[in-house]
Ligand binder design. Structure first.
Ligand code: FE
Ligand code: FE
Length: 186
């Protein structure tokens, strides 16, 4: 088992100040959204706090977990995604964190077609936390407090636009989620 203090200490050691603060912000927003949408607030707080725990792992650390747990290869274009998968197995291995939280960590970068409320909360909180600023974020913040599914769709849409404007492509399974949500909401 784990204590919150122990995990916070681990996070502080592993992350830059910027990302540590981002993590605390995501934890706070996750708790707020959990309260609105009837999800366990402590669980949401913890999930938000640890979602980026592997974001600054070294290549060696990543390789170790990829090999040990046979994690997918995302190639160079989508290599950012790996921190979600590595974070998830790290949290399980080191702290035996419960599966719902590990899953929220695993899908926080890509989204997925079978997201729980907790998954959606962490995904959205990661985007709208107070330290962030980008085109469309104000609307995302408002919608996040009114309709979680719409907020998820909006975040994915804005992310898609941002990627396209930079000449990049969206990770195929994220695009699938976006299309599925669009169908539902239009
Ligand atoms: Fe992340
Ligand atoms: Fe994050």
């Amino acid at each position: 088992m784990y204590s919150l203090d122990e995990i916070k200490k681990d996070l502080k050691e592993k992350l830059s100040d910027y990302r540590y603060n981002h993590s605390l912000n995501v934890a706070e927003v996750s708790r707020e959204l959990a309260n609105i949408y009837g999800v366990n607030e402590e669980k949401a707080y913890l999930a938000g706090m640890v979602h980026d725990i592997a974001k600054e792992f070294s290549d060696e650390e990543n390789k170790y977990y990829i090999k040990k747990y046979n994690l997918p290869d995302f190639g160079d274009e989508f290599r950012k995604i790996i921190h979600s998968y590595v974070g998830s197995v790290y949290l399980k291995e080191k702290y035996n964190i419960d599966d719902e939280i590990c899953k929220a960590v695993r899908v926080h970068t890509t989204a997925s077609t079978d997201m729980s409320k907790l998954d959606k909360i962490v995904f959205v909180a990661d985007k709208i936390e107070p330290g962030k600023d980008y085109l469309g974020i104000e609307e995302e913040r408002v919608v996040a407090r009114k309709d979680l599914n719409k907020a998820l769709l909006l975040c994915l849409e804005n992310n898609y636009k941002k990627l396209i404007s930079k000449g990049k492509t969206m990770y195929p399974s994220s695009l699938k989620v976006l299309k599925q949500l669009k169908k539902k909401h239009n």
